[in-house]
Ligand binder design. Sequence first.
Ligand code: IPD
Length: 272
Amino acid sequence: MSTSAEDRSALLAIAVDIAREAGRVAAEGQAGIDVLDTKSTPTDVVTEMDRAVEELIRERVLARRPDDSVLGEEGADETGSSGVRWIVDPIDGTVNYLYGREDWAVCIAVEAEGRTVAGVVAAPVRGDLYTATLGGGAYCNGERLAVAPPVPLDMALVATGFGYSARRRAQQAEVLRTVLPRVRDIRRGGSAAVDLCGVARGRTNAYYERGLNPWDWGAAALIAQEAGARVGGLHGAPPNPDLTIAAPPGLFEELHDLLAGLGADTDGPEEG
Ligand code: IPD
């Protein structure tokens, strides 16, 4: 289905309604988690909340758009006939969520003809609602977003994140050992979506990470792009699980070339 600007705004409006409701439910759930309570298992509580929020989003989407497809981090995989697909991360930044921290978000991207046409990242504890439509700009709480003015790599504040497996982390640390002395500084916020929105908002200059999935970057990559960032993988590829980089043009290429030379899109040499 090809979409007009009106279609994209209409899809965004639905995504915003649903993300707001999901954000409220998740934030109420977070208030009830006590990570220091050793008698219960807080990780299970987070997993349950993740699933419940995804189910809420799936139900709300299909109630309003019964012919659409829905793909979610927690397993939602509904195939519809309309050519429109909703990509959902119920809680991006689950470790932050577990520890009562602010930087986590409900992410909803809407795809048509294989392209993201609308996206929302709701970070309810921060009170930040990021939105974008393809060709329509990016906003935070209604205010237009623009990336920070271009800087060379050695002046760039660069956000990144780490995967969950020990082997991947060892390689990520190895890459970071070379990156860190070449940039202004590094930030590790704990939510890929909020990190990408940070680039869109000019709160960092760049972001890179290996191991993201479409639900982590879907909505936030559109927001960063619409704010003026280039978002992609290595050698002209779109964002992908091997590596996702976001930065204004110029800085993107500098960071890209450094990361490509370091094998940042790999888990390092095979052991044994
Ligand atoms: C994670 C966060 C984190 C990033 C990880 C992701 P989750 O998502 O975005 O910042 O470093 O790679 O998996 O697991 O909290 O939804």
